[in-house]
Write a protein that binds this ligand. Sequence first.
Ligand SMILES: Nc1ncnc2c1ncn2[C@@H]1O[C@H](COP(=O)(O)OP(=O)(O)OP(=O)(O)O)[C@@H](O)[C@H]1O
Ligand SMILES: O=C(O)C1=C[C@@H](O)[C@@H](O)[C@H](O)C1
Ligand SMILES: [Mg+2]
Length: 169
Amino acid sequence: MNIYLIGFMGTGKTTVGMALAARTGWTFIDMDQEIARREGRAIPDIFAQSGEAYFREMESDLLKELTSLDRLLVTTGGGVVLRPENRDLMKQTGFIVSLSADKESIKRRVSNQTGRPLLSGGELDQKIDRLLEERKGLYEDADIQIDTSARDVSDIVDEILAHPLFPAR
Ligand SMILES: Nc1ncnc2c1ncn2[C@@H]1O[C@H](COP(=O)(O)OP(=O)(O)OP(=O)(O)O)[C@@H](O)[C@H]1O
Ligand SMILES: O=C(O)C1=C[C@@H](O)[C@@H](O)[C@H](O)C1
Ligand SMILES: [Mg+2]
């Protein structure tokens, strides 16, 4: 059994995941960080040099590997839900926490950071709109859904821990 955090970019998966790992003692793994580490290059370089399709293969392969392990706190990349087989794998092997945020919060949180190739190169607003539209519904299949807009991380963590079916207690 693992815990998977899913959600669009900037919804707080990595931030909340690290705090949850500290509270539960489960092993933290951020899929984006792990892919970058294994590849020896940053996510934007992987996208630019090898393409998104290559990254998606790495992402699915890594997820498969993680599903055979136990007591992991996995923070996924924002696009992991694009493949139905990834969604099925997470469902079969863990407790899924879906984080969301309103568009203004997402924009504010990603605007002062780099490292998200799908949002780089201007017109941030339209890019977020388009991706959210394309992915509508994909983040909704979860054991718990939390809107993280205007909420403290510790508050969000407490809500997750209080869920009656949360496995790490
Ligand atoms: N609840 C929150 N309130 C305010 N700021 C937050 C909150 N959660 C995260 N942030 C900030 O938003 C930014 C993005 O958060 P984070 O990296 O955790 O998102 P993410 O979902 O992992 O994004 P990505 O999919 O791009 O990896 C960070 O600067 C983080 O400090
Ligand atoms: O939403 C997405 O498709 C992505 C989100 C990030 O976490 C990275 O996995 C990558 O930048 C792609
Ligand atoms: Mg992240």
